[in-house]
Design a protein around this ligand. Structure first.
Ligand SMILES: Cc1cc2nc3c(=O)[nH]c(=O)nc-3n(C[C@H](O)[C@H](O)[C@H](O)COP(=O)(O)O)c2cc1C
Length: 222
Protein backbone atom coordinates (compact mmCIF):
# COMPACT_ATOMS: atom_id res chain seq x y z
CA UNK A 1 0.00 0.00 0.00
CA UNK A 2 1.41 3.42 -0.93
CA UNK A 3 1.37 5.93 1.92
CA UNK A 4 -0.94 8.91 1.94
CA UNK A 5 0.73 12.29 2.46
CA UNK A 6 -1.49 15.38 2.64
CA UNK A 7 -0.57 19.00 1.85
CA UNK A 8 -2.57 22.19 2.45
CA UNK A 9 -5.03 23.09 -0.32
CA UNK A 10 -4.23 26.27 -2.22
CA UNK A 11 -7.69 27.84 -2.47
CA UNK A 12 -8.46 31.49 -3.10
CA UNK A 13 -11.96 32.54 -2.07
CA UNK A 14 -13.52 35.25 -4.25
CA UNK A 15 -16.08 37.93 -3.41
CA UNK A 16 -19.58 36.92 -4.58
CA UNK A 17 -19.73 39.72 -7.18
CA UNK A 18 -16.48 38.57 -8.69
CA UNK A 19 -17.70 34.97 -8.74
CA UNK A 20 -20.78 35.97 -10.70
CA UNK A 21 -18.79 38.18 -13.04
CA UNK A 22 -16.25 35.45 -13.78
CA UNK A 23 -18.94 32.83 -14.33
CA UNK A 24 -20.74 35.12 -16.78
CA UNK A 25 -17.56 36.09 -18.61
CA UNK A 26 -16.47 32.48 -18.95
CA UNK A 27 -19.89 31.45 -20.19
CA UNK A 28 -19.80 34.24 -22.79
CA UNK A 29 -16.33 33.17 -23.88
CA UNK A 30 -17.35 29.53 -24.22
CA UNK A 31 -20.61 30.40 -25.97
CA UNK A 32 -18.51 31.88 -28.77
CA UNK A 33 -16.70 28.58 -29.35
CA UNK A 34 -17.72 26.86 -32.57
CA UNK A 35 -16.37 23.81 -34.28
CA UNK A 36 -14.49 25.06 -37.33
CA UNK A 37 -13.97 23.02 -40.50
CA UNK A 38 -12.17 25.62 -42.66
CA UNK A 39 -8.71 26.40 -41.35
CA UNK A 40 -6.04 28.90 -42.35
CA UNK A 41 -2.49 27.60 -42.81
CA UNK A 42 -1.12 30.40 -40.59
CA UNK A 43 1.43 28.88 -38.21
CA UNK A 44 0.80 28.66 -34.47
CA UNK A 45 3.80 28.48 -32.12
CA UNK A 46 4.49 25.18 -30.43
CA UNK A 47 4.77 26.93 -27.04
CA UNK A 48 1.12 27.98 -27.23
CA UNK A 49 0.01 24.43 -27.99
CA UNK A 50 2.12 23.14 -25.12
CA UNK A 51 0.50 25.56 -22.64
CA UNK A 52 -2.96 24.40 -23.70
CA UNK A 53 -2.08 20.70 -23.60
CA UNK A 54 -0.57 21.08 -20.15
CA UNK A 55 -3.79 22.76 -19.04
CA UNK A 56 -5.64 19.69 -20.34
CA UNK A 57 -3.25 17.55 -18.33
CA UNK A 58 -4.47 19.23 -15.11
CA UNK A 59 -7.75 17.35 -15.52
CA UNK A 60 -8.95 15.09 -12.75
CA UNK A 61 -8.56 11.40 -13.56
CA UNK A 62 -9.61 8.09 -12.07
CA UNK A 63 -7.11 7.22 -9.27
CA UNK A 64 -4.89 10.05 -10.62
CA UNK A 65 -3.62 7.75 -13.35
CA UNK A 66 -3.69 10.54 -15.95
CA UNK A 67 -4.32 8.00 -18.69
CA UNK A 68 -3.73 10.29 -21.67
CA UNK A 69 -1.14 10.89 -24.36
CA UNK A 70 -1.33 13.95 -26.62
CA UNK A 71 0.55 13.53 -29.89
CA UNK A 72 1.00 17.06 -31.30
CA UNK A 73 1.66 17.00 -35.02
CA UNK A 74 2.84 19.90 -37.17
CA UNK A 75 5.01 17.88 -39.58
CA UNK A 76 3.49 18.16 -43.11
CA UNK A 77 4.40 14.59 -44.13
CA UNK A 78 2.66 13.13 -41.06
CA UNK A 79 -0.38 15.35 -41.58
CA UNK A 80 -0.55 14.19 -45.21
CA UNK A 81 -0.44 10.56 -44.12
CA UNK A 82 -3.20 11.16 -41.56
CA UNK A 83 -5.36 12.92 -44.15
CA UNK A 84 -5.05 10.04 -46.63
CA UNK A 85 -5.87 7.42 -43.97
CA UNK A 86 -8.76 9.44 -42.49
CA UNK A 87 -10.32 10.14 -45.89
CA UNK A 88 -10.18 6.47 -46.77
CA UNK A 89 -12.06 5.54 -43.57
CA UNK A 90 -14.51 8.37 -44.08
CA UNK A 91 -15.27 7.33 -47.68
CA UNK A 92 -16.35 3.87 -46.54
CA UNK A 93 -18.25 5.47 -43.66
CA UNK A 94 -20.27 7.83 -45.85
CA UNK A 95 -20.66 5.22 -48.62
CA UNK A 96 -22.29 2.58 -46.44
CA UNK A 97 -20.79 1.86 -43.05
CA UNK A 98 -22.83 4.65 -41.44
CA UNK A 99 -26.51 3.90 -40.80
CA UNK A 100 -29.12 6.06 -42.54
CA UNK A 101 -30.04 7.37 -39.10
CA UNK A 102 -26.43 8.46 -38.43
CA UNK A 103 -26.16 10.15 -41.83
CA UNK A 104 -29.43 11.96 -41.17
CA UNK A 105 -28.09 13.22 -37.85
CA UNK A 106 -24.99 14.52 -39.65
CA UNK A 107 -26.90 16.22 -42.48
CA UNK A 108 -27.35 19.61 -40.71
CA UNK A 109 -23.60 19.74 -40.07
CA UNK A 110 -22.82 19.33 -43.78
CA UNK A 111 -19.75 17.10 -43.37
CA UNK A 112 -18.45 14.72 -46.06
CA UNK A 113 -15.45 12.47 -46.65
CA UNK A 114 -13.09 15.29 -47.71
CA UNK A 115 -10.82 16.45 -44.92
CA UNK A 116 -8.46 19.12 -46.36
CA UNK A 117 -8.17 20.74 -42.92
CA UNK A 118 -6.06 17.77 -41.79
CA UNK A 119 -3.28 19.27 -43.92
CA UNK A 120 -4.17 22.96 -43.86
CA UNK A 121 -4.38 23.45 -40.10
CA UNK A 122 -1.02 23.98 -38.39
CA UNK A 123 -1.61 21.45 -35.61
CA UNK A 124 -3.30 18.08 -35.23
CA UNK A 125 -3.48 16.78 -31.68
CA UNK A 126 -4.14 13.04 -31.59
CA UNK A 127 -5.54 12.23 -28.16
CA UNK A 128 -4.87 8.70 -26.98
CA UNK A 129 -6.44 6.94 -24.00
CA UNK A 130 -4.13 4.59 -22.12
CA UNK A 131 -6.45 1.62 -21.68
CA UNK A 132 -3.98 0.16 -19.20
CA UNK A 133 -0.59 1.16 -17.89
CA UNK A 134 2.59 -0.62 -18.82
CA UNK A 135 5.22 -0.66 -16.07
CA UNK A 136 8.86 -1.72 -16.12
CA UNK A 137 9.26 -5.18 -17.64
CA UNK A 138 5.94 -4.82 -19.45
CA UNK A 139 3.83 -5.38 -16.30
CA UNK A 140 0.25 -4.21 -16.93
CA UNK A 141 -1.60 -2.01 -14.43
CA UNK A 142 -5.34 -1.57 -14.59
CA UNK A 143 -6.57 1.96 -15.37
CA UNK A 144 -9.88 3.19 -14.02
CA UNK A 145 -12.48 5.44 -15.68
CA UNK A 146 -10.31 5.97 -18.74
CA UNK A 147 -12.84 7.37 -21.27
CA UNK A 148 -14.32 9.67 -18.62
CA UNK A 149 -10.87 10.99 -17.64
CA UNK A 150 -9.68 11.53 -21.22
CA UNK A 151 -13.01 13.11 -22.14
CA UNK A 152 -12.64 15.64 -19.32
CA UNK A 153 -9.03 16.39 -20.35
CA UNK A 154 -10.16 16.88 -23.95
CA UNK A 155 -12.84 19.32 -22.79
CA UNK A 156 -10.21 21.33 -20.93
CA UNK A 157 -7.99 21.27 -24.02
CA UNK A 158 -10.77 22.56 -26.28
CA UNK A 159 -11.61 25.28 -23.74
CA UNK A 160 -8.01 26.35 -23.32
CA UNK A 161 -7.30 26.47 -27.06
CA UNK A 162 -10.44 28.55 -27.52
CA UNK A 163 -9.44 30.79 -24.61
CA UNK A 164 -6.03 31.28 -26.26
CA UNK A 165 -7.74 32.52 -29.43
CA UNK A 166 -7.54 29.40 -31.58
CA UNK A 167 -10.25 27.49 -33.39
CA UNK A 168 -10.69 23.73 -33.04
CA UNK A 169 -12.39 20.83 -34.71
CA UNK A 170 -13.18 17.73 -32.70
CA UNK A 171 -12.64 15.10 -35.37
CA UNK A 172 -13.39 11.40 -34.99
CA UNK A 173 -12.66 9.54 -38.23
CA UNK A 174 -14.11 6.13 -37.53
CA UNK A 175 -12.37 3.79 -36.83
CA UNK A 176 -9.14 5.52 -35.79
CA UNK A 177 -6.81 2.54 -35.45
CA UNK A 178 -4.56 3.99 -38.19
CA UNK A 179 -3.45 6.71 -35.78
CA UNK A 180 -1.53 4.20 -33.63
CA UNK A 181 0.68 3.24 -36.56
CA UNK A 182 1.20 6.79 -37.84
CA UNK A 183 1.84 8.25 -34.37
CA UNK A 184 3.90 5.30 -33.17
CA UNK A 185 1.69 4.60 -30.16
CA UNK A 186 1.50 1.18 -28.51
CA UNK A 187 -1.40 -1.26 -28.53
CA UNK A 188 -2.23 -0.25 -24.93
CA UNK A 189 -3.41 3.14 -26.23
CA UNK A 190 -6.60 3.86 -28.13
CA UNK A 191 -7.04 7.00 -30.24
CA UNK A 192 -10.17 8.81 -29.05
CA UNK A 193 -10.13 12.14 -30.83
CA UNK A 194 -8.11 13.92 -33.46
CA UNK A 195 -8.27 17.57 -32.45
CA UNK A 196 -7.52 20.05 -35.23
CA UNK A 197 -6.25 23.44 -34.04
CA UNK A 198 -5.33 26.69 -35.74
CA UNK A 199 -6.79 29.95 -37.02
CA UNK A 200 -10.05 29.76 -38.95
CA UNK A 201 -9.93 30.56 -42.68
CA UNK A 202 -10.94 34.17 -43.32
CA UNK A 203 -14.18 33.13 -45.03
CA UNK A 204 -14.95 30.25 -42.62
CA UNK A 205 -18.61 29.47 -42.14
CA UNK A 206 -20.25 27.27 -39.50
CA UNK A 207 -23.54 25.37 -39.49
CA UNK A 208 -26.56 27.36 -38.34
CA UNK A 209 -27.41 25.14 -35.39
CA UNK A 210 -28.65 25.95 -31.91
CA UNK A 211 -27.74 24.92 -28.40
CA UNK A 212 -30.32 23.64 -25.95
CA UNK A 213 -31.87 26.04 -23.43
CA UNK A 214 -31.22 25.79 -19.68
CA UNK A 215 -34.59 24.15 -19.04
CA UNK A 216 -33.72 21.45 -21.57
CA UNK A 217 -30.41 20.50 -20.02
CA UNK A 218 -30.78 21.19 -16.28
CA UNK A 219 -33.04 19.41 -13.83
CA UNK A 220 -33.12 21.20 -10.49
CA UNK A 221 -33.90 19.42 -7.24
CA UNK A 222 -33.78 22.14 -4.56
C1 LIG B 1 -16.99 13.30 -29.72
C2 LIG B 1 -17.21 14.24 -30.88
C3 LIG B 1 -16.93 13.81 -32.17
C4 LIG B 1 -17.08 14.68 -33.26
N1 LIG B 1 -16.71 14.25 -34.50
C5 LIG B 1 -16.75 15.12 -35.53
C6 LIG B 1 -16.23 14.75 -36.79
O1 LIG B 1 -15.71 13.64 -36.98
N2 LIG B 1 -16.29 15.63 -37.81
C7 LIG B 1 -16.83 16.89 -37.64
O2 LIG B 1 -16.85 17.63 -38.60
N3 LIG B 1 -17.30 17.29 -36.43
C8 LIG B 1 -17.25 16.44 -35.37
N4 LIG B 1 -17.67 16.85 -34.13
C9 LIG B 1 -18.13 18.24 -33.93
C10 LIG B 1 -19.65 18.34 -33.77
O3 LIG B 1 -20.29 18.14 -35.00
C11 LIG B 1 -19.98 19.73 -33.18
O4 LIG B 1 -19.40 19.85 -31.90
C12 LIG B 1 -21.48 19.96 -33.06
O5 LIG B 1 -22.06 19.97 -34.33
C13 LIG B 1 -21.81 21.25 -32.31
O6 LIG B 1 -21.23 22.35 -32.96
P1 LIG B 1 -20.28 23.36 -32.20
O7 LIG B 1 -19.11 22.56 -31.70
O8 LIG B 1 -19.91 24.39 -33.21
O9 LIG B 1 -21.07 23.92 -31.02
C14 LIG B 1 -17.56 16.00 -33.04
C15 LIG B 1 -17.84 16.42 -31.73
C16 LIG B 1 -17.65 15.56 -30.66
C17 LIG B 1 -17.90 16.06 -29.26
Amino acid sequence: MKHNRQVPLSFRELPTDEMNERALEFRELMTRRRTVRDFSDRPVPRALIEQCVMTAATAPSGANQQPWTFVCIADPATKHEIRLAAEEEERTFYAGRASTEWLEALAPIGTDANKPFLETAPWLIAIFAQRYGVGPGGKRTKHYYVPESVGIATGLLIASLHNAGLATLTHTPSPMGFLNAICGRPESEKALILLVAGYPAEDAQVPDIARKRADEVIVWRE
